[in-house]
Design a protein around this ligand. Sequence first.
Ligand code: GTP
Ligand code: MG
Length: 673
Amino acid sequence: MRTLNLGILAHVDAGKTTLTERLLYAAGVIDEIGSVDDGSTQTDSLALERQRGITIKSAVVSFVIDDVTVNLIDTPGHPDFIAEVERVLNVLDGAVLVVSAVEGVQAQTRVLMRTLQRLRIPTLIFVNKIDRGGAQDEAVLQGISERLTPAIIPMGSARDLGTRRGDFTSYGAANSAFAAHLADVLAEHDEALLAAYVDDQRSIRYPQLRGELAVQTKQALVHPVFFGSAMTGAGVESLMAGIAELLPAAEGDADGPASGSVFKVDRGPSGERIAYVRMFSGTVSTRDRLDNNRKVTAIRVFNRDSAVECRSISARQIGQLWGLGDIQIGDVIGTSPKLSDQRHHFARPTLETVVVPRHTVDRGALRVALDQLAEQDPLINVRQDDTRQEISVSLYGEVQKEVIQATLANDFGLDVSFHETTTIYIERPIGSGDAVEVLQAETHPFSATIGLRIEPAAPGSGVQFRLDVDPRLTPMHIYKTRDRFVEAMSQHTCRTLQEGLFGWHVTDCAVTMNECGYYASDGPTKPVSATRRTTAADFRKLTPLVLMLALERARTQVCEPIVRVEIEIPADTVGAVLAATSRLGGVVETPSLRRSLSVIEALLPAARAQDLRRQLPGLTGGEGVVETSFGGYEPVRGAPPTRRRTMTNPLNRDTYLERVARRPTNELRETGH
Ligand SMILES: Nc1nc2c(ncn2[C@@H]2O[C@H](COP(=O)(O)OP(=O)(O)OP(=O)(O)O)[C@@H](O)[C@H]2O)c(=O)[nH]1
Ligand SMILES: [Mg+2]
């Protein structure tokens, strides 16, 4: 039996959850099809999802096609919940990207496809809703090829579009035009096929083409396209056959070293943490002790139709693990699996807001509740400003804010309101800066030498940490391995850079540790006394001092988030919309025509996008449609905005030493010792 861990991704409302339901039905897992509109589907199981008719959290279901166990992860399409998509990307063997036959390619579809391609995740495209009025086939195919990827292969033809009778018929060996198109597209990536094709097109046999189609789809080089309706079931059998034939089964050796990744954390009925794990290699059994010294108390593996209680979980499988204490999303089980180098595939949240409990006495309970929500969604990044007694969270948008409010009310009995939503800026270093603090110097009380250089790196690259010191100078007596030292120093670096010179997160930079020293009986310097022996805390507490000094020398630039907007409007309103977009600070590209409508693309400060949305109906007689996607960061003009710090500022040396040097050492979750 093969296993396929399959993600289902799309723009909001394209029909992912409905399609999931239809697949479960067609595979015989459920006898009756639930509906999103009635709140009765398998994967939209949260009360809030059922009320609102949108998916908020990713959910796993399982079914069998032929000899393949498919673990399907239904993801949310609303951009406010993009973090849910991000967390599952690393555990997928393949994906189905759903496109609506009525709306065509939408903003989020492009964002998702770009990421799937970057990660080389084999992807089939399903054009859904062919039963709905306004459904199109050729125009959608053209949109896909122009705006997603030209490497597509329509796998059949749709008929009776826009009616309940709408259906899909797969092309077969007898269809010579299909064979010719296959040969055409596939030859692009296969020299032998190209040579044979040029030589004599008819010499290539259909089974060979079909085999090559599977090979190239599994390498994410081409993307087969199916049409159908999740609502009526049209085309779903063909899609299922395509999933089994064209997407690659999971790989991994069940007898190898244990290696897995936690992509979701949930709470059980009695508040216990449940970790959703994808195993890449090896086997974990109940009663095994994992790295964090916790014992696995129970395991459920997704298999056929539900998560079944099992003694162990092995390579390739997805399951739930109990008993792992404070396990978090992104944690690794056993040895680190080879995941994509980049942890973050999408933009960070660009908004934040202060959460205010209606009753002041609830402040403590609110912090506990938000910390619990952050277990399931670390990107909300709960910050506490002790001076102002304020708690704030990071957000992608207003819908997420409403969901947080409703969750706090329903699950925790907390009535909260919010301050106005504000923009989260970032800081980028302008030049490079060096700093060093030397062991035994009078300037600091820590038993360590640290030298750091910070320099700018490519936009979007995040924070990279590198160790550039003689291996003999790394404190092995504390960290055991060089990798663990790097991991710990990288954590201290990232933590320090959460608040830069203006209080914003510092990113897109490379930090190099180029000097290192410590006391140890077996190290380069003999300990002066037992109390001066170097510990992990010395490195942790000294890093912020050195790094902030280096950052001050590098200087930073505050940048604001930008969104790319695409506005579809009637041609006679172009002038008014262009003027309004410019007034909001937008940089407009030349308008183009799509069917009978004009399309304006522009880059706009994220903070202004909401204003544009508000103005558009008035400017276009209600006809305008605006879609936004993240467009990077640009330096702010004028005086840089600042944010109040929540951590002790290491640039203020006296306060820092006063507060931090004497604090107990166990306050941080830390690896490496
Ligand atoms: N006519 C028609 N309607 C559909 C079809 N698929 C889904 N819908 C409807 O489209 C709406 C959205 O469907 P969902 O399945 O919730 O879409 P989704 O992609 O899961 O949405 P999010 O998870 O919130 O992003 C619902 O009202 C569905 O009934 C289809 O094939 N035909
Ligand atoms: Mg959904």
